[in-house]
Design a protein around this ligand. Structure first.
Ligand code: RFL
Ligand code: PHB
Length: 390
């Protein structure tokens, strides 16, 4: 098989890249380890920046997102028994949209399939060859048979646990990493929204987040031990923890409902520099991870795809390689901004077991500051909506 761009991974990064290239007349093949049903039902991110919406709309997959996504003009910070609002739109002129990542994936897969795109699900043994030559290739097993795709470029969109990052020689790569000693316990609940906007809560018992998915389904998280097991958490225990952390002294409280999904995720910050070697380029979680506190992961993956699409189009349409050569440096500027913001918000909102009482008071002082100083609130809001110059 021969294509122009060989893509590993049918997450948001791989599928969006493949579809944008198709719209510009560039052929690609996407290899995905998991099945279509599985990728379309895995619960992950929920918050889309305006820039992410714009690129999805440009790709022709914005219709359902605009009809079903909920536009949010602000969020609340809960601490010390009170709630304070960050007015995203008032401070930045921008908003965010809550629309689940697996719904974005359904829309992207449908668009790829309708356009006759070559997406291979359930592949195994993916390997990358010849990235230091100008004719790299991908080998994989599909339906029990070995296959090979010859291409001009290989794009690794295979997430944090994929194979592509390791194909960059260790001497060329520098990994920056911080693993947090806590995780998030996530639940999906059949209930009306507890609040019109997302609530990020700091409490002595730990962080909690009240998010949403639809008028009838809510998404909530609370800080936990990453080694804990969901089986140790009865519904009653979960509700009492959420009430303790989120309910405010003026009577606002979390609305309970039937919990139909529970999971625990670990938290890390990670950056792989460089994001390119020879004819291999990394995009999305394959190259970087942020803790979910700032809601940046999916948005960063989409931002990488924007830069990479422009660079590949410049190569195929004008024979230019300058944008491809600059890809890693260009993408890393935005990535480091988001890494800092996510780390900062994580440290301000979570219970840090290594923090002294002095440092715990500093967390509260910082929350007081971002909710009373217009300048500080604006800085936070610009980062949250993705409107910072990089
Ligand atoms: P993905 O989505 O991990 O997709 C990678 C795909 O590659 C496949 N794969 C392979 N395929 C072939 N061969 C191999 N050897 C392969 N190895 C792996 C995998 O099966 C998979 O389908 O990466 P991508 O496209 O870079 O997208 C990144 C986002 O998924 C991620 O950053 C977000 O989900 C992070 N995130 C959030 N981001 C936001 O912007 N806003 C949020 O509100 C938000 N909330 C979250 C989140 C992530 C969370 N978890 C579960 C870590 C909340 C949570 C709880
Ligand atoms: C979510 O709805 O899953 C979500 C929202 C905001 C975050 C992280 C996750 O910061």
């Amino acid at each position: 098989m021969r294509t122009q761009v060989g893509i590993i991974g049918a997450g948001p990064a791989g599928l969006l890249l493949s579809h944008l290239l198709h719209l510009r007349g560039i052929d690609s093949v996407v290899l995905e380890r998991r099945g279509r049903d599985e990728i379309e039902s895995t619960i992950r991110a929920g918050v889309l920046e305006q820039g992410t919406m714009d690129l999805l709309t440009e790709a022709g997959v914005g219709e359902r997102m605009k009809a079903e996504g909920a536009v949010h003009h602000g969020f609340e910070l809960a601490f010390e028994g009170q709630r304070r609002r960050i007015d995203l739109t008032g401070l930045t002129g921008k908003s965010i949209t809550v629309y689940a990542q697996h719904e974005v994936l359904k829309d992207l897969v449908a668009a790829r399939v309708a356009a006759g795109g070559k997406v291979f699900f359930n592949v195994s043994d993916t390997s990358i060859h010849g990235i230091e030559t100008d004719h790299p290739s991908l080998r994989f097993v599909y339906e029990g048979e070995p296959h090979e795709v010859q291409c001009d470029y290989v794009i690794g969109c295979d997430g944090f646990h994929g194979v592509s990052r390791a194909a960059i020689p260790a001497v060329r790569r520098e990994d920056y990493e911080r693993v947090f000693p806590f995780g998030w316990f996530g639940i999906l609940v059949e209930a009306p929204p507890s609040s019109d906007e997302l609530i990020y809560a700091r409490h002595e018992r730990g962080f909690a987040l009240v998010s949403t998915r639809s008028p009838n389904v809510q998404r909530m998280y609370f800080q936990c031990d990453p080694a804990d097991s969901v089986d140790r958490w009865s519904d009653d225990r979960i509700w009492s923890e959420l009430h303790a952390r989120v309910d405010s002294s003026d009577g606002q409280h979390v609305v309970e409902g039937r919990i139909f999904q529970k999971n625990i995720v670990g938290m890390r910050s990670f950056v792989s520099a460089t994001m390119q070697h020879g004819r291999l380029f990394l995009a999305g979680d394959a190259a970087h991870i942020v803790p979910p506190t700032g809601a940046k992961g999916l948005n960063l993956a989409v931002a990488d795809v924007r830069v990479l699409t422009a660079a590949l189009v410049a190569f195929y349409k004008e024979g230019r390689t300058d944008l491809l050569d600059a890809y890693s440096e260009t993408a890393l500027r935005r990535i480091w901004r988001a890494e800092h913001f996510s780390y900062w918000m994580t440290r301000m909102m979570h219970r840090l077991d290594d923090a002294s009482p002095f440092e715990q008071r500093l967390q509260v002082a910082e929350l007081e500051h971002v909710t009373t100083s217009r300048a500080a609130a604006t800085a936070m809001a610009e980062n949250y909506v993705g409107a910072v110059a990089v």
